[in-house]
Design a protein around this ligand. Structure first.
Ligand code: BG6
Length: 471
């Protein structure tokens, strides 16, 4: 049988700093917005203080990565571990930590795949400047990015600038937005988004300047929206749902300019961000080299007309804080054709094939899946093992979709599943687990933090060993 995946396919596993590291204030690390938010729920659930304790167990964890056989490990650097207050003194112990991790990965034959910023803005920047609302945050990020690129760029070739800017910008808690007035909050959001685009472009330019052969891109939260019916209005609503939530962001990283429909929305809401002379040139100079994408689910939308109380462009969240509806454009709907995970994510491997084809035909850039996985309430069975057959079935179907997309002509560099080990989920602490490796702790009881390889670990190990046999 012909091989389904290219010989040099980058099989990997992923994580992010605040979700695994722990050691939240160890060796000089500063608090982050992610720490701050997780501490708000400390009474009830796990927080980032210890998380999976990677900060102290990285040698053991990297040995497990080697055993799994992954070719790349996708992780993020904590800005506040490198520069505790975001724009002040550099923390040598932070540098030393990532130096050791990167060297150990390379010694084990694993390529580091590094994200600069995964939801964890140094909290000091939120206090000093209200974070991304200020241009000072842009320059603080550029400085931080340059330090990482200069320091680690001799060993790290692949970089992602910001994880899921397009999703993070919608979540007030992550952006530290506390403005109750919707229009004012959206104005602040648009300004923050603009600043992150500038930061993205500046970091991209810095990578091209400082890292020989380096490749850099965004890691977007991909969306694929189906129309609820074949009414033309619903088809348009589905397109706009993708455009407003993801595509405008990719266009910014590719063309360096807001697409017309997005400018129209910003004008309708009277929230056009302040742009300075020179911004346009910076944005155009920061073109992404590849697209990293995270894929979990698909969406469904119908047309939502505006009315007297709800002017065109007004956004409201109905269910979770991520899936907003937009008046005059779209409304989120349930897709009755799909089943959902126990945590409500609609499972849809075909959607992944659609997304991969869509992004590739739009930009003709290599694609890399940096997150895909199933959150479940795994437990250790009486036999001491973790039987996660649902996760195996999920990964198998999504990898089949990848191989079909490759046959469709998509240039897919690799697949890095979420997540290497159990980690702090955004809302459900350690109740919802994604790992191939179980971490023996629960919400409040740290137990022994022992690592247990799940059934999916052995299954994926075989997939990697055979370069894609999906048994
Ligand atoms: C992605 C994030 O959006 O989804 C991860 O990049 C996150 O950080 C993952 O953990 C799963 O979401 P959740 O809410 O189930 O943890």
């Amino acid at each position: 049988m012909a091989e389904r995946f290219p010989k040099d396919f980058l099989w990997g596993a992923s994580s992010s700093a605040f979700q695994i590291e722990g050691g939240w204030n160890a060796d000089g690390k500063g608090m982050t917005v992610a720490d701050y938010n997780s501490f708000k729920h400390s009474e009830k659930q796990a927080d980032s203080r210890v998380a999976s304790d990677f900060y102290h167990r990285w040698r053991e964890d990297i040995a497990l990565m080697k055993e799994l056989g992954i070719r790349i490990y996708r992780f993020s650097i904590s800005w506040a571990r490198m520069i505790p207050d975001g724009d002040g003194a550099v923390n040598p112990k932070g540098i030393a930590f990532y130096d050791q991790v990167i060297n150990c990965l390379l010694d084990h034959g694993i390529q580091p795949f590094v994200t600069l910023y995964h939801f964890d803005l140094p909290y000091a920047l939120a206090e000093k400047y209200n974070g991304w609302e200020s241009r000072r945050c842009v320059y603080a990020f550029e400085r931080y990015a340059r330090i990482c690129l200069e320091r680690f760029g001799d060993r790290v070739q692949y970089w992602q600038v910001i994880n899921e800017q397009n999703l993070m910008i919608r979540v007030d808690e992550r952006m530290n937005i506390r403005e109750p007035n919707l229009q004012k909050a959206d104005r602040m959001r648009a300004q923050m988004d603009h600043h992150m685009f500038l930061a993205h472009a500046l970091a991209t330019r810095a990578c091209h300047e400082l890292v020989k052969g380096g490749k850099i891109g965004p890691a977007v939260s991909s969306t694929c929206t189906y129309p609820l019916t074949n009414r033309p209005e619903d088809v348009w609503a589905a397109r706009m749902n993708d455009n407003m939530k993801t595509v405008y962001c990719l266009d910014m990283h590719y063309y360096g300019a807001y697409p017309g429909y997005y400018l129209r929305y910003l004008e309708e809401r009277n929230i056009v961000p302040v742009m300075e002379a020179g911004d346009e040139a910076v944005l155009k100079d920061g073109r992404m080299d590849y697209i990293a994408l995270n894929y979990y689910r698909t969406l469904c939308a119908s047309y939502l007309p505006a009315d007297k109380e709800h002017p065109v462009g007004m956004r409201v969240c109905r269910g979770n804080e991520v899936d907003f509806d937009q008046y005059g454009y779209f409304r989120d709907e349930k897709n009755e054709n799909l089943t959902a995970s126990e945590y409500g994510a609609q499972i849809d491997p075909m959607g992944l094939r659609i997304v991969l084809n869509d992004y590739y035909s739009r930009y003709h850039l290599p694609l890399m899946i940096t997150e895909n996985g199933l959150g479940m309430a795994d437990t250790v069975s009486e036999d001491g093992k973790v039987h996660d057959s649902c996760r195996i079935a999920y990964m198998k179907r999504h990898l089949e979709a990848c191989s079909l997309a490759i046959e469709d002509g998509v240039e897919l560099m690799g697949y890095s599943m979420w997540s290497f080990m159990d980690l702090l989920s955004s809302h459900q602490g350690f109740r919802k687990r994604y790992g191939l490796v179980y971490v023996n702790r629960d919400e409040k009881d740290l137990k022994d933090l022992r690592r247990v390889k799940k059934d999916s670990f052995y299954w994926y190990q075989n997939v990697i060993r055979t370069n894609g046999e999906l048994l």
